[in-house]
Design a protein around this ligand. Structure first.
Ligand code: SAM
Ligand code: SF4
Ligand code: SF4
Length: 341
């Protein structure tokens, strides 16, 4: 017998709850300058204590309850999700949950070569790899821990071999730092079946010292690529698709741009975010989370959890990027490495 279809839970702007991003750790082995700059995330930085982090059973329970409210896509993120020990055990717990149609991971790929097959065997469907440049000097300047490009490419190859492709490659473009990498990355992945998606640098958190001048607008990125390899726009693959997609006219595949700053897409934002310590965020730019861990650890039943989660979604009215002004950029916000992107 088929599982009953969940009723869509809509927020105040009519957006259904469809995607869940789970940050499984706030730790990372990179110190990307736009995300975890060393001056803020130095040796004495206090990461979350283990007792505060949701265990796999708690995460599984949250996912089961949320699939009952419409969640169909689940993405594991961080920090760097592959630094969480035995992540494949969590994958094996989440993959069989009825309603989980898409189970994916966003990773810097530093540990992917050794993990890809285990993840695939556990039931992971696909992976997204972050890679901001193809030359070592630029990439190392961005990850700030001297990590070489070749090992990320090894991770991508291992993921492909394990059946976790086609792979999306996410590249954040920051003016003056890696603008030149746009053509390198587009050229490298053209014709491979993998899709590069260039992301506008966002004003998430406070530690990266964001300025509008640092943003390379998506339209400029598209124009740069189009001048070299002619592009044509194609429609979104599904509702809530955040990337604007383009096809190479010569048939070498597609690229995408995520114009979060210059063309916000809040109207279609169907994402809920869960931090490693069990705080729920209804927007990437939320100033505070909602404490789910407290509820989970206080003897609440699944029905109590479902009531409180659907109540949280029903009152959601976030659309930060559509309302972004010089003043909102200054508001207190959580860090990207905590909320997971
Ligand atoms: N560590 C993993 C990784 O890098 O793929 C997962 C977590 S990371 C926070 C998720 C994504 O957020 C990465 O693709 C990263 O490039 C992106 N990101 C981080 N800070 C950003 C910013 N200020 N603007 C845009 N994207 C950002
Ligand atoms: Fe780590 Fe990902 Fe942030 Fe880079 S973007 S510091 S890899 S969490
Ligand atoms: Fe969604 Fe908030 Fe981003 Fe808008 S600003 S797309 S509501 S996460």
């Amino acid at each position: 017998m088929q599982a009953p279809q969940p009723l869509p839970v809509l927020d105040t702007l009519g957006r259904p709850l469809h995607d869940l991003r789970i940050s499984v750790t706030d730790r990372c082995n990179f110190r990307c300058v736009y995300c975890m700059p060393k001056e803020v995330f130095g040796r004495d930085h206090a990461f979350l204590p283990r007792a505060e982090i949701l265990d796999f059973e708690e995460i599984e329970r949250v996912v089961r309850v949320l699939t009952g409210l419409g969640v169909a896509k689940v993405r594991l993120t961080g920090g760097e999700p592959l630094v969480r020990r035995n992540l494949e055990r969590l994958v094996a717990m989440l993959a069989p949950i009825p309603g989980v149609e898409d189970l994916t991971l966003t990773t810097n790929a530093s540990l992917l070569a050794g993990k890809a097959q285990e993840l695939a065997d556990a039931g992971m469907h696909r992976v997204t790899v972050s890679l901001d440049a193809l030359d070592d000097p630029t990439f190392m300047r961005m990850n700030d821990v001297g990590f070489p490009v070749a090992r990320v490419l090894d991770g991508i190859a291992a993921a492909e071999a394990a059946g976790l492709g086609p792979i999306k490659i996410n590249s954040v473009v920051r003016r003056g730092l890696n603008d030149h990498a746009v053509l390198d990355l587009a050229g490298h992945f053209r014709g491979t079946g993998h899709t590069v998606r260039f992301i506008e640098y966002m004003d998430v958190g406070h530690s990266n010292g964001w300025r509008m001048d640092d943003v390379v607008p998506a339209a400029e990125i598209v124009a740069t690529i189009d001048a070299r390899w002619s592009l044509e726009p194609i429609g979104p693959a599904y509702r809530g698709e955040v990337a604007n997609r383009y096809r190479y006219r010569d048939g070498a595949g597609e690229v995408g741009v995520i114009a979060s700053v210059t063309q916000p897409f809040c109207g279609d934002c169907t994402r809920l975010r869960l931090s490693a310590d069990g705080q729920l965020f209804t927007c990437l730019f939320a100033t505070r989370g909602h404490d789910l861990r407290g509820l989970l650890r206080s003897g609440a039943t699944d029905a109590d959890l479902a009531d409180s989660l659907s109540a949280l979604w029903r009152v959601r009215d976030d659309r930060y990027s559509e309302l972004r002004t010089a003043d909102t950029v200054e508001l207190p916000k959580v860090e990207m490495s905590y909320i997971g992107g």
